[in-house]
Design a protein around this ligand. Structure first.
Ligand SMILES: O=C([O-])CC(=O)C(=O)O
Ligand SMILES: [Mg+2]
Length: 387
């Protein structure tokens, strides 16, 4: 049993929208295919992955370092004998040969994307949906059969007025979502409050609305927003300041008794541990948003979940960033609190399997082997072209 080839390509996920920090006019992501010599249903098993959004494609790193390490390793060293399958942990270790500690980012995206494709292949070889495999191996067989999801959008677009923002949010509620998320921080506080009130007029109550500042604010601005947001009783207030500014995050918590969320731009279990040690995050109300696709994949994600456990956090406090099916599988299989969803943006990568609707804010998973990419036709069309 061996990996015969790893292919990658960069695809565009460009759109005119912006959050408080970047616009997406040139955004790309990597798509990866891990081709194996294992045959199922008369065809070689191919695992697929992609790297979520926001960090651009990482094909150069894959081509220059990572793919070769796997293809030149002794194939027997990458096999999991106990399960007669590929070994994602051994492959991860091979990928990370001669990589120094620290400095997580870019390479964590390259590795996370390949790792996703490896797990997709592993679940296909085992003939199970990935979430089922994860529950069987790591949670005594107990999987969640549906996952809480919220609809993320509410971006700034040229010419987008409050009416269009309201239409967008109404569209999410019509499709079964209960909680929606919108961007803040690219307008003045006064204008953002008007946008928030426009959305509240649609969703009905602050508990159905989360807001995301994408790391834009300094401490003073973060606190000014905190004071203004508090009376709305929002679902969460996300990424107020720089993702690595744990002192800001901790100080902010002292001014905001409501729920805070952050973590999508932390790419290792060490960075996650620093957030939990020094960021003042509260395990009884706050939310963590680590995204495996950006942060060295599921192998590293399990280390992050271990760190959380050591520091007194339930896995149910994690709702990953990225709106992808990989995190949906991890959520269902490893008992996370939910998952982000992009019903409209980042297509065809946003959203979940075709024909599975969101009901009362929960979504089910397709019963196909692997991550479920084959059950999302528009996405599979992009992936299929690779292998
Ligand atoms: O706008 C982005 O970069 C995506 C983001 O923060 C989120 O989905 O929470
Ligand atoms: Mg965010």
């Amino acid at each position: 049993m061996r990996i015969t080839e790893i292919r990658e390509k960069t695809v565009s996920i460009a759109s005119p929208m912006a959050n408080a920090y970047i616009d997406f006019s040139k955004m790309t992501c990597s798509v990866v295919a891990v081709v194996t010599d294992v045959v199922r249903d008369g065809k070689p098993v191919v695992g697929y992955g992609f790297n979520s959004n926001g960090r651009y494609g990482q094909g150069a790193l894959m081509r220059e370092r990572f793919i070769d390490r796997v293809l030149t390793a002794n194939p027997d060293s990458l096999v999991d004998r106990e399960h007669d399958n590929l070994d994602p942990f051994a492959i991860w270790k091979t990928l990370m040969t001669n990589e120094k500690p620290g400095g997580h980012g870019e390479r964590s995206v390259a590795v996370g994307t390949i790792d996703m494709a490896v797990w997709d292949a592993v679940a296909k070889i085992e003939g199970k949906p990935l979430y089922r495999l994860l529950a069987d191996r790591y949670r005594g067989g107990e999987a969640d059969d549906k996952v809480w999801v919220y609809a993320a959008g509410g971006y700034y677009y040229p010419g987008k007025d409050h009416g269009k923002l309201q239409d967008e949010m109404r569209g999410y509620l019509d499709r079964g979502y209960k909680v929606v998320k919108m961007k803040i921080g690219a307008a003045s506080l006064e204008e953002d409050l008007r946008r928030i009130e426009a959305v509240l007029a649609v969703v009905g109550d602050g508990k159905y609305l989360a807001v995301d500042a994408n790391g834009r604010f300094d401490l003073k601005t973060a606190i000014a927003y905190a004071k203004a947001l508090l009376p709305y009783g929002l679902f969460w207030y996300e990424e107020a300041g720089d993702p690595l500014d744990y002192a800001l995050q901790a100080e902010l918590a002292g001014h905001y008794p409501g729920a805070l969320a952050t973590g999508e731009n932390l790419f290792s279990h060490q960075d996650a541990r620093n957030l939990l040690r020094y960021g003042g995050m509260r395990p009884d109300r706050d939310w963590l948003q680590f995204d495996c696709a950006l942060s060295y994949g599921l192998v590293e994600y399990m280390r992050t979940l271990d760190v959380m456990k050591e520091l007194g956090w339930s896995t149910r406090r994690v709702v990953p960033h990225g709106g992808h099916q990989m995190s949906l599988n991890i959520a269902a299989g490893l008992h996370l609190g939910g998952n982000e969803s992009y019903p409209d943006v980042f297509q065809p990568f946003g959203g979940f399997a075709d024909g599975i609707s969101v009901q009362d804010g929960y979504v089910g998973l397709p019963q196909v082997p692997g991550v479920g990419f084959e059950a999302k036709a528009a996405l599979y069309e992009v992936m299929r072209q690779l292998a």
